[in-house]
Structures are given as structure tokens and as C-alpha cells.
Design a protein around this ligand. Structure first.
Ligand code: NZQ
Ligand code: ZN
Length: 392
């Protein structure tokens, strides 16, 4: 195991009715003038929009609103948010919605405390040192942004989708009421589940040795997702299955399962190019890319894929490592298909003719991608090729 530091001070308020505590929590964490940031219509439909306003007003907390965050959140609204916060003297940002709303809030939070262009953090030109405090009410189990250090934004002008991270971006509090996730359509539910599983895979597929504790934690989250996801696809109102998935989503990405090991992240970064170009749902893009990545790296470095097959998918050992690992990948693909996820470029409207462009954007500041296997441009092209054609 490698040395690590782990600082995850988010206060979680989990369960039915937890949203009623939002005013109290904003006050506890020092908010006097709030930016209430949200997406499209889902929080209006669920009643959460009205509840939040009532709770803030009951605590005498002033607020301004900024809605309209789109999935794969854009830089334009971040600039608007920064300007609004400065003009209004905002000292706390409340994100109500999914990962996109939370990521947009984090970008505004960091941008408000920086003299330059907030995009400097995402292009790698500057490091985030300070941010306005953020609190969240999560409505979809997926990105894990409610407990993570990260934010991912798409720059509308350049078409780049990039991430930035810092401990100061971890939310001060996150309210998780699984009831709100019951209104998610099956496709969003399944895409969220896929994202959760791939957050674990990015950590699990590591060459760091002697990491039994985090390996076992990763396997527990994956097995939970394998058990619970079909249950919520079949019965969207299943509170307990929703609750287990919601907490799994947090555990998958606050890094409790990833400390002390070198992580991979190739599937995520390869996917971000797809969602930047075609605006596909992140989790659906991952369903296309991650199994293709697994099939490609299997030939080069099978050891962790064998463990994945044996311990996560309960595959009986075959005559050699490659065959055992392949059975695990096939089981994962079957699972994704059964929950309604796409597995090919065609299903998400992507075209192989863009593979070169996506690869060059992916590797614009580096020579290789990922760590489990370090992929060069030609390797990434082969992964896109497999996703497009089903041929290695
Ligand atoms: O805008 P509204 O109307 O709220 O609709 C949203 C949106 O259309 C809808 N939705 C959310 N909660 C709902 C609901 N619909 C019905 N009932 C509810 N309870 O779902 C749609 C998707 O929302 P979004 O916030 O985009 O989903 P998600 O949480 O999957 O976030 C995806 C974004 O997070 C990034 C992704 O790249 C993508 O941009 N990621 C962020 C990470 C992080 N910050 O740590 C890590 C991840 O790997 C990921 O890259
Ligand atoms: Zn993700």
C-alpha cells in the first residue's frame, strides 16, 4: 500500500425528510447570503424547489437563484454564476440536483475566489486554493460529486470537457433523501448505476500490491450495485434499494475505496471526449467505453481482471487467466445490457470518424492515458474502434 492523506469532512444528512434541514445546515456552515443553484424542471416537479425556498426563508437566510444547469454542465453558466455571486455578495452556494448542478456550483465556488479565468483550473494552468463553501441536496445517485473533491465542466467555446479537483471543493454538507431518486427514469437510473460502478473500477484496476482492504471495499460496492440495480429498474419506488444505491454512489467516489493505490481513470477520460462531442449521458458513455477498455487491456495486463471475474462476478476459473477474465467482462456486459445501457457507438449516436479528434483532445497535454496500462494514442484509437465495430 502507498502512503496517503485522506480528508473528507462533508456532513451527511441521509434519509426521508432530510431536505427539511437545509436552512439549519446552511446556517450551521456559515451561510448568510446563498446562491441557490439548480438544473431544469425536475426539482420543481418533485416539490423540492418550494421546500428549499421555504426552509431558507424560515431561517431568515437571503438567497439569489440561478437555474438552468444542463447535463454535462457548461462554462457559460459558470461565468454567469461567478458574476452573480460577486455582485450579490454570496457567501454560500447551495446545489440542488445531480452531479451537473454540483459540479457547476463547485466551479462557481472556486472561480469566485480567483482573479483569473476559472477555466485555468480545468486546463491545468492553476490550482484551486480557495472556494466559497458549497452544500448540496442530491437528487440522483451517480457522479458522487456530493462527497468528492472534483468538478467536471465543458468549455463551450473550445469543446473541451475537463475536470479539476481540490479538498476545498468537498461539500460542507450533503443532504441525501433516496425518495427524490424514485422519480428518475430507468435510463438515468441505469446510467447513474454504471457511473458508480466505473468509479470503483477506476480505483480497483491498479497495479499497487497489498491493498486488500480497498480491494474488498471496492468489491462490496460492486456487488451491492449488481444486487440493487435490477431491483430499482424493476420497481422504481423501492426505497431501500434506492437508499443502498445512493450511499454506494457516495462511497464509490469520495475515495474511501481508492486511497493508498495508483488509480487508472482511462475509461473516464476516454468517455469525457464522447460526452463533450456528442453530449451523451456520462454513465451511458461509460457503458460503451469501459468494457471496450477492459477487453483491450486484458491482452496486456490481465491480473486484476481475473480477480474482478472471480470475486465480483463469481466466475469459475477457466483453463487460463485470459479466458477467466474474459468471462468476467462478458458478465459485466450482460449486466449493462440487461439494465438498458448501450454498449456500442451506434447506440449513442457516436461515429468512429471522430476517433482521431477525440484522441488528440484527450492527449492534448500528455503522452499517455491511464495507469493500469499506459495507453498511447494508437491504443486509445483501438478502444474507440472496438466500441464502434465490436472488433479488436
Ligand atoms: O436538470 P434536471 O431537470 O434536474 O434533470 C436532470 C438531468 O436531466 C435529471 N434528474 C436529476 N435528478 C432527477 C432527475 N430527473 C428526475 N428525477 C430526479 N430525481 O437527470 C439528468 C442528469 O442529471 P446530471 O446532474 O447530469 O447527472 P449526473 O449526476 O450523472 O451528473 C453527470 C455529470 O457529472 C460529471 C459527468 O461528467 C457529468 O458531467 N461527473 C462528475 C464527477 C465529480 N464531480 O466527481 C465525477 C464523475 O465521474 C463525472 O465525470
Ligand atoms: Zn463518472
Amino acid at each position: 500500500m502507498e502512503n496517503f492523506t485522506f480528508y473528507a469532512p462533508t456532513y451527511f444528512d441521509f434519509g426521508k425528510g432530510a431536505e427539511q434541514h437545509v436552512g439549519e445546515l446552511v446556517r450551521r456552515f456559515g451561510g448568510k447570503k446563498v446562491l441557490f443553484h439548480y438544473g431544469g424542471g425536475s426539482i420543481v416537479k418533485s416539490g423540492l424547489y418550494d421546500t428549499v425556498k421555504k426552509c431558507l426563508e424560515a431561517e431568515g437566510i437571503a438567497y439569489v437563484e440561478l437555474g438552468g444547469v444542463k447535463p454535462n454542465p457548461r462554462s457559460g453558466l459558470v461565468y454567469e454564476g461567478i458574476e452573480l455571486c460577486r455582485r450579490e455578495g454570496v457567501d454560500f452556494i447551495l446545489a440542488v440536483g445531480g452531479g451537473s448542478v454540483i459540479d457547476s456550483s463547485k466551479a462557481i465556488a472556486a472561480g469566485c475566489c480567483y482573479d483569473g479565468d476559472f477555466w485555468d483550473f480545468y486546463s491545468g494552468k492553476a490550482k484551486i486554493q480557495q472556494a466559497v463553501p458549497v452544500g448540496t441536496i442530491l437528487t440522483i445517485a451517480a457522479a458522487g460529486s456530493e462527497g468528492s473533491t472534483n468538478s467536471v465542466i465543458t468549455n463551450e467555446e473550445t469543446g473541451y470537457k475537463k475536470g479539476a479537483g481540490s479538498d476545498v471543493l468537498r461539500p460542507k454538507f450533503s443532504i441525501l433523501n433516496p425518495e427524490f431518486t424514485c422519480s428518475l427514469p430507468p435510463y438515468q437510473t441505469a446510467a447513474g448505476a454504471t457511473d458508480i460502478m466505473i468509479h470503483i473500477c477506476e480505483r480497483y484496476f491498479s497495479n499497487t500490491e497489498e491493498v486488500e482492504i480497498t480491494d474488498r471495499l471496492c468489491e462490496a460496492v460492486l456487488k451491492t450495485m449488481i444486487h440493487e440495480t435490477p431491483r430499482v429498474i424493476e420497481d422504481p419506488q423501492n426505497y431501500d434499494a434506492r437508499a443502498n444505491i445512493m450511499w454506494a454512489g457516495m462511497l464509490a467516489h469520495n475515495n474511501v475505496c481508492g486511497v493508498g493505490r495508483v488509480q487508472d481513470w482511462a475509461s473516464h477520460h476516454i468517455e469525457h471526449e464522447l460526452s463533450a462531442l456528442y453530449d451523451v449521458t456520462h454513465g451511458a458513455g461509460l457503458a460503451v467505453i469501459a468494457p471496450a477498455w477492459m477487453r483491450y487491456v486484458l491482452k496486456i495486463n490481465p491480473h486484476k481482471l481475473v480477480q474482478f471475474a472471480l470475486r465480483v462476478w463469481d466466475i469459475e476459473p477457466r483453463e487460463n487467466e485470459e479466458k477467466t477474465a474474459l468471462k468476467g467482462i462478458e458478465a459485466f456486459e450482460r449486466f449493462l445490457k440487461d439494465i438498458g445501457m448501450p454498449l456500442t457507438f451506434a447506440e449513442i449516436g457516436a461515429d468512429e470518424k471522430d476517433a482521431e479528434l477525440m484522441t488528440s483532445k484527450l492527449l492534448n497535454t500528455k503522452d499517455t492515458e491511464g495507469n493500469y496500462v499506459q495507453l498511447r494514442a494508437e491504443d486509445v484509437m483501438k478502444i474507440y474502434h472496438y466500441a464502434a465495430t465490436g472488433e479488436m
